[in-house]
Write a protein that binds this ligand. Structure first.
Ligand SMILES: C[S@@+](CC[C@H](N)C(=O)[O-])C[C@H]1O[C@@H](n2cnc3c(N)ncnc32)[C@H](O)[C@@H]1O
Length: 455
């Protein structure tokens, strides 16, 4: 790979006798990985791929998965390169926490965080770029989250609305992406000698807003996929100097991870607690990760949580659907209507004005004349719910994702039912006698073939 000349000079100086091995790694094949979603069943095809586990993640494996496969579309697997997986493992939220993923699209780390929150607490997952937020929405929906709010905001706006609110914040910062060069050589075209310093200026702004949203005692996890000290050790040195209330927590170095390098910043030995992942030392593309605790004693205001906002006729239709589909009361959700859509907003979410909300919670259904039609998102989030379910085979699934009506061998129970394939919920169908009417979202339909959908 032809690396930029200024990049070579810089890392020759920084890495000394390790530089040759570092540069040689750029000519090695890209390392692929995937995570399984611990809140969904494991299918036989997944089991067959789970042969090379990643030692630092109980849910990660080396290998490649197909984005058109049943398992990916149903949120049971997520493709993620192995070094990016360390971030979710270091961030690992505890059950019930209020978590923010500030720079979240397309959702690699967000889905990892969801795996550990297990439908508890709250995940506010934010993406500033309106084009990229759609992919984030798709991945959160596939993962079946009932505890996520998706925002499309600037860090500053979020900080005004949610001061001192979060137990844990992940900043997977926009960066110069040097760790992406091998996977995506086009990333090199943006790179120039001053690019890391430009990215660092933006990272300082993002972190300044982040600090305002962390509760005293809360954790901040900062990561980049670049090797540039300006964005890594020097950024953490700046944070510690600017906000002395922060303290770095040690990250265990396993599988070839190494201590971050104080000598690449202000020499503060504390910086060693952060981790560097280099492609010549471990199986992955490269990352930097730091975990900090916020030892502030600032007082924070309690924010008023969201509440139900249903009109009486809407509540009646909801209660009718609840009965028909054996839906629980969803105590952890506040029911709200936007247009004709019914959403379950995580009840821990504060009432906020003026925020650009891409999705306020889980979409539960669409109000039609005199009925509530259950949503695709609800089906995908039904693994642990007692909704009516009907198992279909792969051939029927291929028809289903193509938008076709299909026949059953014997008449089923009439009405809406969650269709499952290899035990994974894949969407709603409506059984009428021996026929299943198709409710797979029109925008997601595709021509599935066995080869195209092989995991
Ligand atoms: C490294 S990527 C995030 C990858 C994501 N965490 C994942 O695991 O899939 C950084 C994200 O930050 C967003 N971003 C760019 N400028 C930003 C800013 N000023 N504030 C917050 N986010 C920003 C980018 O649009 C991009 O999606």
């Amino acid at each position: 790979m032809k690396l930029p000349a200024a990049f070579i000079t810089k890392y020759q100086n920084l890495l000394g006798d390790q530089a040759a091995a570092f540069f040689a790694a750029f000519d090695e094949p890209v390392e692929k990985g995937f995570r399984i979603n611990p809140n969904k069943p494991v299918t036989p095809a997944m089991r067959a791929k789970m042969t090379d586990p990643i030692s630092y993640s109980g849910i990660g494996y080396y290998g490649r998965v197909n984005g058109n496969a049943l398992e990916h579309l149903a949120g049971a697997v997520y493709s993620q390169e192995p070094s990016a997986m360390t971030v979710g493992e270091v961030a690992k939220p505890e059950l019930g926490e209020r978590v923010l993923d500030l720079c979240a699209a397309p959702g690699g780390k967000t889905t990892h965080l969801l795996s550990y929150l297990k439908q508890t607490g709250l995940l506010v997952t934010n993406e500033i770029n309106p084009k990229r937020v759609t992919a984030l929405g798709d991945n959160v929906e596939r993962y079946g989250a009932r505890n996520a709010v998706i925002t499309n905001e600037t860090p500053d706006h979020l900080a005004k609305a949610l001061p001192g609110f979060f137990d844990r914040i992940l900043v997977d910062a926009p960066c110069s992406g040097e760790g992406m060069f091998r996977k995506d050589p086009d990333a090199m075209q943006y790179w120039h000698a001053d690019y890391p310093a430009e990215c660092a200026a933006r990272q300082r702004e993002i972190l300044t807003a982040t600090v305002k949203m962390l509760r005293p005692g809360g954790h901040l996890i900062y990561s980049t996929c670049t090797f540039a000290p300006e964005e890594d050790e020097q950024m953490m040195a700046w944070l510690l100097a600017t906000y002395p209330e922060f303290e770095l927590e040690p990250i265990e170095k396993v599988a070839g991870m190494v201590d971050a390098k104080p000598e690449w910043a202000d020499g503060n030995p504390e910086l060693k607690k952060a981790a560097r992942l280099f492609p010549h030392l471990m199986r992955g593309e490269g990352h930097f990760i730091a975990k900090l605790v916020y030892r502030s004693d600032a007082k924070v205001k309690n924010l008023r949580p969201v509440r139900d906002e249903l009109k009486p006729d809407q509540r009646k239709l909801w209660e009718k659907a609840q009965k028909q589909l054996s839906l629980p009361d969803f105590d952890g959700l506040a029911l709200q209507v936007h247009g004709d859509q019914l959403y379950g907003v995580p009840a821990l979410m504060p009432m906020t004005r003026k925020l650009k909300i891409f999705r306020p919670g889980i979409q539960l259904g669409t109000f039609k004349k005199n009925r509530l039609e259950p949503s695709y998102a609800l089906a995908l989030a039904s693994d642990d719910l007692a909704l009516p379910k009907l198992a279909i085979d792969h051939d029927q699934w291929e028809k289903y994702v193509h938008g076709e009506t299909f026949a059953l061998t014997a008449a089923g129970t009439n009405g809406f039912t969650v269709l499952t394939c290899d035990a994974l919920p894949v969407g709603f169908g409506k059984v009428v006698g021996q026929t299943v009417k198709n409710f797979f979202p029109k925008g997601l339909r595709f021509l599935a073939t066995d080869e195209k959908t092989q995991l």
